[in-house]
Write a protein that binds this ligand. Structure first.
Ligand SMILES: NC(=O)c1ccc[n+]([C@@H]2O[C@H](COP(=O)([O-])OP(=O)(O)OC[C@H]3O[C@@H](n4cnc5c(N)ncnc54)[C@H](O)[C@@H]3O)[C@@H](O)[C@H]2O)c1
Length: 438
């Protein structure tokens, strides 16, 4: 799928610090473009696995791409070899939320502190960071005698589940810098992708990333609120979204009503922007609502289950899909975590199946019974909830499902199923905001 390209002698070696979802995809993508890439991570086990040719995360095409470009990918826990070979050091370490909702920059700061003084290196920030982080790092560099270390903001917009394709075919590349050699070098590096370039200052680049994610999250919470009103008024949110999305000013993406957004980015980035605004003295009212709507949305399934089953005590409910979205094993902020906990708190037993996230999910979902396949998960359950819209759930044989289930209720938490197919099998279909058909 990803044949290795011939070595391009004009492609400079680079380093990627942090080999998680963003770092490893960035490394594999640049290796595919012909760069030697030095991948650094403090997780020695992860580096050992990568050295053995194992890719520790699930991301379509990534294992093949890493394998095809193995000779150009170097994995190490040490910064020194990376500094020896590369001038551009892409930083893709995690920036999780703190209790206050601000971004935790301790991993970023650990990298900054570990860098030596140099006039030939640049830190290229891929991690999502609050506006002002570049300026703060500049001050740290100055105070540590590293004035010559260059700094570039180059936020990442890839989506898990299609990360490699997104890296290779980005909608745009954003480069924020103060006009030195490093900004030019980053622009040159991305040039073969032919994507529109937004070259700007560091603060604006930082804000572009946060604002883009906050806008997408707002779109999701908006359509979820519309879906809730649809439930009250009998309209069908799928029809409403189709009619809205054909308006070029609105567009169809991120207008799918469901159980709300999750993952490692939207929840933390929306919260980080809200806190950033608050810390600067501005109350970002809209984002407060976006967050609240999203939290309530995950819990709406409980009312649907109770409407049909009454008390959930002693009932068994199957969760189809656990990852926060299809084509990934990432469980960070997944709706399934909230749902499983709520179901257990109400006395229900939870059976679960996910095509790829089970290994990660097992450590997070205590007391949940894991099934080896979707049909196994559905045997003798009182109800099932589609939490993640994996294609295999869309293609289920509903007659067979009906034979296996004890109860009749199918809650389509992602509005991805064929409602007629489900009801034709004698099952009860409950979508999100699907109204009534009378
Ligand atoms: N995951 C996404 O879809 C996505 C998309 C765009 C942007 N981002 C942003 O990219 C950043 C990374 O996200 P991710 O999902 O790849 O995180 P991740 O948790 O998957 O990976 C982070 C990696 O950094 C390593 N690390 C931590 N401290 C380190 C250090 N001091 N030196 C070297 N390595 C270190 C960790 O061991 C881990 O392997 C975050 O800021 C995130 O917001 C993520």
């Amino acid at each position: 799928m990803y044949p290795r390209r011939p070595m391009a002698s004009d492609r400079a070696p680079i380093a990627v610090i942090g080999t998680g979802y963003v770092g490893l995809v960035t490394a594999a993508g640049f290796a595919q473009l012909g760069n030697e890439v030095w991948c650094v991570d403090i997780d020695a086990e992860k580096i050992a696995r990568l050295e053995r040719g194992e890719v520790p995360i699930f991301e379509p095409g990534l294992a093949e791409c890493v394998m095809a470009n193995r000779e150009r990918l170097h994995f190490t826990t040490e910064l020194v070899p990376a500094l020896e070979h590369a001038r551009l050091l892409f930083v893709a370490v995690g920036t999780p939320p703190t209790y206050s909702g601000d971004a935790d920059l301790s991993a970023v700061n650990a990298v900054v502190d570990a860098l030596p003084a140099s006039d030939r290196h640049a830190l290229v920030m891929k991690s999502t960071v609050p506006v002002g982080t570049g300026a703060a790092i500049r001050r740290t560099f100055d105070s540590q005698g590293k004035q010559q270390f260059a700094y570039v903001s180059c936020p990442e917009f890839l989506r898990e589940g299609s990360a490699l394709e997104d890296f290779l075919h980005p909608d745009r590349v954003v480069v924020g810098d103060d006009g030195n050699w490093a900004g030019d070098a980053v622009v040159d590096l991305y040039a073969p992708l032919g994507a529109p370039l937004v070259r700007t200052d560091v603060r604006s680049a930082e804000m572009i990333k946060l604002a883009a994610n906050a806008f997408l999250a707002t779109k999701i919470s908006f359509i979820n609120e519309i879906s809730n009103v649809c439930e009250e008024t009998g309209a069908d949110v799928v029809e409403v979204a189709r009619g809205m999305g054909l308006d070029k000013r609105i567009g169809p993406s991120f207008l799918k009503a469901g159980l709300g957004y999750g993952g490692s980015c939207f929840p933390k980035d929306v919260s980080a922007l809200k806190q950033l605004a608050g810390n600067s003295g501005y109350h970002f009212q809209l984002l407060t609502s976006v967050i609240e709507v999203n939290e309530l949305q995950k819990r709406r399934v409980m009312a649907k289950l109770q409407k049909h089953l009454g008390s959930l005590v002693g009932r068994t409910v199957a969760l189809l899909g656990l990852a926060f979205k299809p084509q990934t094993d990432d469980m960070r902020e997944a709706s399934s975590l909230v749902l499983a906990a709520r179901l257990q708190a109400d006395g229900a037993k939870v059976r679960a199946y996910d095509p790829v996230a089970e290994e990660v999910a097992r450590s997070l979902l205590v007391g949940v019974d894991f099934a080896p396949g979707a049909l196994d998960a559905l045997s003798d359950v009182d109800a099932c909830v589609v939490v993640t819209e994996w294609p295999e759930f869309v293609d289920l044989d509903w007659d067979e499902v009906a034979r296996r289930m004890r109860g009749r209720l199918v809650v389509d938490g992602r509005n991805c199923l064929d409602r007629d197919g489900v009801t034709a099998a004698g099952l009860i279909y409950e979508g999100m905001g699907r109204g009534n058909r009378a």
